[in-house]
Write a protein that binds this ligand. Structure first.
Ligand code: GTP
Ligand code: MG
Length: 196
């Protein structure tokens, strides 16, 4: 059996974007509808098996509330990886994510692997229709029959993806609630971690 390769990963992002929920999904395959805000930071570990190696993530799940911002450098200082999370239904959270990316690029380990993650895609009132089949039907977009709980997308996927590409970041959209995309975030990060 291989010896796991330990990787310190820090989660950053505005309050309530779902950092703790994404980790809970990854580590315990669970979701809590009313998760309490993180105070300070939480520490969790989870192994991730790749074809050629075993990675043990040591995850620092930081608190997004502004009063905890000054603690963040303690957690990202020696991190090999970071997932910067925003909420696809909240534009301000994308701006905050970009400011975290800038801070990491200036202050963290220069080789840090950064993933930009748009969470809560389950809230979107979007169909995953085949590309190229844009509907321009006005009556179809009148919101009369929209079930409550559906939200409009506030951060266009192509805009976030272009930003990520420009900065050399991995990019994902996820739902901690349904689990969509969550494992991929950690697996793709793991693949990018240099072995020695
Ligand atoms: P802080 O610890 O304060 O920084 O917040 P956080 O980023 O850790 O957010 P948290 O995981 O606590 O989630 C905030 C709220 O959003 C909770 O009520 C979660 O249930 C909810 N939530 C998280 N992820 C999702 C998601 O993918 N979809 C939906 N619908 N709700 C989510
Ligand atoms: Mg939290």
């Amino acid at each position: 059996p291989q010896k796991p390769f330990q990787t310190k990963l820090v989660l950053l992002g505005e309050a309530a974007v779902g950092k703790s929920s994404v980790v809970l999904r990854f580590v315990q395959n669970d979701f809590q509808e009313n998760k309490e805000p993180t105070i300070g930071a939480a520490f969790l570990t989870q192994k991730c098996r790749l074809e050629d190696r075993l990675i043990k993530f040591e995850i620092w799940d930081t608190a997004g509330q502004e009063r905890f911002h000054s603690l963040a450098p303690m957690y990202y200082r020696n991190a090999q990886a970071s997932a910067v999370i925003y909420d696809v239904t909240k534009a301000s959270s994308f701006e905050k994510a970009k400011s975290w990316v800038k801070e990491l690029q200036r202050q963290a380990n220069p080789n840090i692997v950064i993933a930009l993650v748009g969470n809560k895609i389950d809230l979107l009132n979007e169909t995953t229709a085949e590309a190229g089949e844009e509907e321009e039907d006005e009556t179809a977009t009148a919101n009369e029959s929209t079930p409550s709980g559906d939200s409009a997308r506030a951060v266009p996927k192509d805009e976030a993806e272009a930003y990520a590409k420009e900065g050399g970041l991995l990019f994902f959209e996820t739902s901690a609630k349904t689990g969509e995309g969550v494992v991929e975030v950690f697996t793709e990060i793991a693949k990018k971690i240099p072995i020695d």
